[in-house]
Design a protein around this ligand. Sequence first.
Ligand SMILES: NC(=O)C1=CN([C@@H]2O[C@H](COP(=O)(O)OP(=O)(O)OC[C@H]3O[C@@H](n4cnc5c(N)ncnc54)[C@H](OP(=O)(O)O)[C@@H]3O)[C@@H](O)[C@H]2O)C=CC1
Ligand SMILES: O=C1CO[C@H](CO)[C@@H](O)[C@@H]1O
Length: 282
Amino acid sequence: MQPCPAVPLSNGLRVPVLGLGTSHDGGYSHEAVVYALQECGIRHIDTAKRYGCEEALARSISESKVPHEDLWITTKLWPGDYGYQSTKQACRASAARLGVEYVDLYLIHWPDCTVPGRSNREVRADTWRALEEMYDEGLCRSIGVSNFLISHLEELKEDCGVVPHVNQVEFHPFQQPWELVEYCRREGIAFEGYCPLAKGQALNHPLILELAKKYNRSASQICIRWSIQNGVITIPKSTKPHRILENCKVFGFMLSEEDMASIERLHTDRKLIHLTYPLWNG
Ligand SMILES: NC(=O)C1=CN([C@@H]2O[C@H](COP(=O)(O)OP(=O)(O)OC[C@H]3O[C@@H](n4cnc5c(N)ncnc54)[C@H](OP(=O)(O)O)[C@@H]3O)[C@@H](O)[C@H]2O)C=CC1
Ligand SMILES: O=C1CO[C@H](CO)[C@@H](O)[C@@H]1O
């Protein structure tokens, strides 16, 4: 298997361009995560308090025997924890559940929140200040945001000091927010795409199937390769070891410019992911 390249962040740290998702949709598979680490060379895992699997992930990492210093672990702050003090508590609790001294990347999961008597903008700024301090203290080696639009990033720029290292956003053949991608590039914010397979929905599309045939690859490999060739960090999820292995074999081929452009024409206005309520769930 070809090695996975890494993308440099504005703070000089390097993130493996391909990671493994662990969202609660479809459940958590200990065997699959251990296999990803031991057999597929996965060194980047994306999780969140919301996914409820941080403790399970700690057990899988421990069993894999891959040391934390060789791994990139991202976790996220859920809106119910926004605010200066509660953010710090939530991050320490995530690190404790993950069994780590520090997290490699800590993200504000959504821009939205509901704190009575306070604007979302004020709450986001307080929350971000807590992340900035945890970054300075080393509890978070990088800090970032998720699902932020240009307007949220512009406000944060006015209100706070550290520019987010990463913005993690929905990105797949049916959802291509190019204006946001370009904005992040200009501002030095690494763009990370989630749902690279459109939750599996892209795998049956006739164009993706046609390209899979043309390149003698699977539909998932075409989608993942397309994200990576666009310079986007990507985190497909599977609970099946053989599919994780398949999803990692994306570095030995290139899609032509023409085929990249043909996938670009699949964009729709429809997002698959929306913030799920209540925001304060555990
Ligand atoms: N910041 C945010 O708000 C969000 C972040 N995320 C992150 O992004 C990750 C990826 O997104 P996710 O929602 O999981 O969706 P993906 O686009 O990664 O698709 C996952 C689905 O595709 C299936 N699949 C995976 N590989 C293959 C394959 N080779 N062949 C056929 N089917 C396959 C999986 O099924 P099976 O398990 O059965 O293989 C699963 O149903 C999440 O796990 C999470 O970490 C996701 C949503 C929102
Ligand atoms: O990361 C996520 C995983 O999926 C959830 C929906 O099921 C989202 O709310 C969330 O942002």
